[in-house]
Design a protein around this ligand. Structure first.
Ligand code: COI
Length: 351
């Protein structure tokens, strides 16, 4: 892998509290041409040359990932479950007929890039180095078919919390008009079109004073799916329910980690269909004690308000995280940053 040294480096910002707004000095770029991926190179984070006819701009043949690196208090760099992200990237690529990148190659490239950029990893509470791998088609052609040329890029963004209010609870609106995905579509994959299709509903929810929408299944409009930027969990006392992976929900790595943590801590976790009627019924009766979202960017996001049509339900105590969400946040970030032992072997440490 080639390393092209930049002539000058950026001044590192003192504040990285936003999400995905600051980028480090270097990125990794690998190209697919003539039926093979080249060795790739690490070079200055800069604009790419792309013709207006580049196929991704027209037909969206692109998949991405999101993962994070942390620095512990002894200075060691810690990646959280990177193999899972690159396995998921492979499956997203397969779904879109994009040539896959081997997990070991992707991890080798990421490791090298993060080593070079380790001084960019923020250490303030709630911050990390957000890693965004992206693969996209760049044929110079308008035909609708799989492309012959691709780029695989890894960029790094020192970031704080995804939601501007940090770990404070968010408000969700039940989305009754639009749907995110159906089984057989691309909902279970991290492909760019899923996000484009979600923006209209998300923007109207924000205009109405919510943070995000809670998507229902695309067929019956009855079962809860996910939030788009996170998977969703409901607590009825000590019983926790999360929608089962059904082919249209993204198999979140934080979702999987939270299920494992909760079960190991003795909670009863059910992965099953959960109808919006059960959720609203629980919100009305008080049986539903917590809602929280899980995601790489969102980490654990408590939800204290759920809107449905003209009705708004307070979940738990307004403005406060519930007990289970707080505990998970502490345990998960503790393992990620090295405050707690890595009891599941999730950390890949770079020395
Ligand atoms: C992530 O959690 O990494 C995501 O990709 C969600 C969102 C920022 C698109």
């Amino acid at each position: 892998m080639r390393f092209i040294k930049a002539e000058s480096l950026k001044k590192k910002p003192s504040d990285v509290s936003g999400f995905g707004k600051v980028f480090t000095d270097y990125m990794y770029v690998r190209e697919y041409r003539d039926g093979r991926w080249n060795d790739g190179e690490i070079r200055r984070f800069d604009a790419l040359e792309l013709l207006p006819s580049a196929s991704v701009l027209h037909y969206g043949q692109a998949a991405f990932e999101g993962l994070k690196a942390y620095r512990d208090d002894r200075g060691a760099v810690r990646l959280f479950r990177p193999e899972m992200n690159f396995e998921r990237l492979k499956s997203s690529c397969e779904r879109l007929c994009i040539p896959t990148v081997e997990v070991s190659d992707a991890i080798a490239a990421l490791t090298e890039l993060v080593r070079i950029e380790r001084d960019w990893i923020p250490t303030a509470a709630g911050t990390s180095l957000y890693i965004r791998p992206l693969v996209f088609a760049c044929d110079d052609s308008l035909g609708v078919h799989s492309a012959k040329n691709y780029k695989f890029i890894i960029m790094l963004s020192p970031s704080g919390a995804y939601y501007s209010h940090g770990f404070a609870p968010v408000a969700l609106k039940v989305e009754r008009e639009y749907v995110r995905a159906v089984a057989g579509g691309t909902g279970a994959f991290k492909v760019i079109g899923n996000y484009a299709a979600s923006i209209k509903a998300g923007d109207s929810a924000i205009a109405e004073g919510y943070d995000q929408v809670l998507w229902l299944d695309g067929v019956h409009r009855k079962y809860v799916e996910e939030v788009g930027s996170m998977n969703i969990f409901f607590a009825f006392g000590d019983k926790v329910v999360t929608p089962e992976l059904n082919g249209s929900i993204l198999p979140g790595i934080t979702r999987d980690s939270c299920i494992k943590l909760l079960r190991d801590d003795g909670f009863d976790v059910e992965e099953r269909k959960i109808s919006i009627d059960e959720v609203i019924g629980g919100a009305r009766s008080g049986a539903l004690t917590e809602i929280f979202g899980t995601g790489t960017a969102a980490v654990i996001s408590p939800v204290d308000r759920l809107g449905d049509g003209d009705e708004d339900f307070t979940i738990g105590v307004h403005g406060k995280s519930g007990k289970i969400a707080s505990r998970l946040f502490d345990e998960l970030t503790g393992i990620q940053t090295g405050r707690y032992p890595d009891r599941f072997g999730w950390i890949k440490a770079l020395r």
